[in-house]
Design a protein around this ligand. Structure first.
Ligand code: AMP
Ligand code: GLY
Length: 423
């Protein structure tokens, strides 16, 4: 089958490397892909938000199946357009992708169906938001309603900072229209866990749990980033907590979306916080997480493409979904200065014995060299018998990847190891 994957980051590279192993897949197009993905798929220079051009391409090439990975095209309704052309897709329709596209929607959904989450209020009027803040416990969390490249969440440590965040979003529109509505919510504490799941709206199968490391520098210091590394499984996520999440969060969310007439089919991502009062939802994503995918999919023993077809057909109950019980660690190598300002264009060399490299920000030069072309350049994943071994092996492999101005965190997985020690 001819498969089209929309997107061009490390997550998409991990999806592509996995579906390439399926006997059913004969050709893969990546739109737009990147210089690293070019080793595993035919990259086509069409941006992930250029919906019209994507649909046209899919028709011209008679693509048999489409996988839409990033949030933007999902929220904009690419899956609806492809399905209208009878192209089977993995990914939710627009009316279901709103679970990530609007924080006000997802918060209201959780309130209506009793799914545990932080207490909150939603505002479209700035003065009311500012007045409400005077009644809030500090720290408090201010969130832009819409997609904001992962930057629309401000944890305000003082009342002044909270008010500034509201003014920035609602008056100065620093996140554009995403900030015309804001959610103000209670600050929660506890370990964070990411759980991705496959669902067709009838069956929901959680994947192995993982832990992201969002801050740029060691010791969780520095600015928030798209993610500097991941480990799986997440040791805080015990079998008992998993059971509770399934009953209190995962299945109720799937059913709530059905009741709203917004059946979700695709990868539903639960960003959870394990608070003293039990697990609560911090956020939903309507897609695979990045860089969670880069540790979760390497642990999947089953045929990813086959699972995706079952999700698209509504027969997920018949799919075989098995995860290995060992561990994985992904260390992201970025350009010095990320997430603010960085140089690009340095040659990347990767030793032949490093297999699981997921390229995000790189392009090919005219003479075929791989050059850095973004903030997060690539992720190096290794599996191990346990987390400690996976971490050791991942850092050993990082030593075999070179480019000028490379920087990465040295403590990916250390918090997870400490949690295991406490047990
Ligand atoms: P989000 O973009 O919603 O995932 O938020 C980004 C990060 O902000 C999360 O991964 C959490 O670390 C933090 N965060 C979001 N909401 C809360 C909250 N209510 N309490 C504490 N931290 C939060
Ligand atoms: N790693 C978090 C996300 O993909 O949103």
């Amino acid at each position: 089958m001819k498969v089209m994957v929309v997107g061009g980051g490390g997550r998409e590279h991990a999806i592509i490397k996995k579906i390439k192993k399926s006997p059913k897949v004969s050709q893969i197009f990546a739109l737009p892909g990147n210089g690293g993905i070019a080793s595993d798929a035919v990259c086509v220079d069409i941006g992930a938000k250029d919906l019209e051009a994507i649909v046209k391409f899919a028709k011209e090439k008679a693509v048999d199946f489409a996988i839409v990975a990033p949030d933007d095209p999902l929220v904009l309704g690419l899956v609806d357009l492809l399905k209208a052309e009878n192209i089977p897709c993995f990914g939710p329709e627009k009316k279901a992708a709103i679970i990530e596209g609007s924080k006000a929607f997802s918060k209201d959904l959780m309130k209506k169906y009793g799914i545990p989450t932080a207490a909150y209020e939603t505002f479209t009027d700035m003065e009311s938001a500012l007045t409400y803040l005077d009644t809030c416990k500090i720290p408090v969390v201010v969130k832009a309603d819409g997609l904001a490249l992962g930057k629309g969440v401000i944890i305000a440590e003082t009342l002044d900072d909270a008010k500034k965040a509201v003014r920035d979003m609602m008056e100065d529109k620093v996140f554009g229209e995403s900030g015309s509505k804001v959610v103000i919510e209670e600050f929660l504490t506890g370990p964070e866990v990411s759980v991705l799941s496959f669902t067709d709206g009838k069956t929901l199968i959680p994947m192995v749990s993982s832990m992201d490391h969002k801050r740029a520098l060691d010791g969780d210091k520095g600015l928030n980033t798209g993610g500097m590394g991941t480990i799986a499984p997440n040791p805080y996520y015990t079998a008992e907590i998993a059971d509770r999440c399934m009953k209190e969060i995962f299945l109720p969310t799937m059913e709530a979306m059905n009741k709203e007439g917004r059946t979700f089919a695709g990868c539903l991502y639960f960003g959870l916080m394990l608070t003293e009062d039990g697990p609560k939802v911090i956020e939903y994503n309507c897609r695979f997480g990045d860089p969670e995918t880069q540790v979760v999919l390497p642990l999947l023993d089953s045929d990813l493409f086959d699972i995706m077809e079952h999700v698209a057909d509504g027969t997920l109950d018949q799919a075989e979904v098995n995860f290995a019980d060992d561990a994985a660690c992904c260390v992201v190598m970025a350009s010095e200065g990320y997430p603010v300002k960085y140089e690009k264009g340095f040659e990347i060399t990767i030793s032949d014995d490093v297999e699981d490299v997921y390229v995000a920000g790189a392009k090919l030069s005219e003479d075929g060299k791989l050059l850095t072309n973004g903030g997060r350049v690539l992720g190096v994943t290794e599996r191990g018998e346990d987390i400690a071994e996976a971490i050791r092996k991942a850092y050993a492999s990082v030593e075999k990847v070179h480019f000028d101005n490379a920087f990465y965190r040295h403590d990916i997985g250390q918090r997870a190891l400490a949690a295991l020690d406490e047990k």
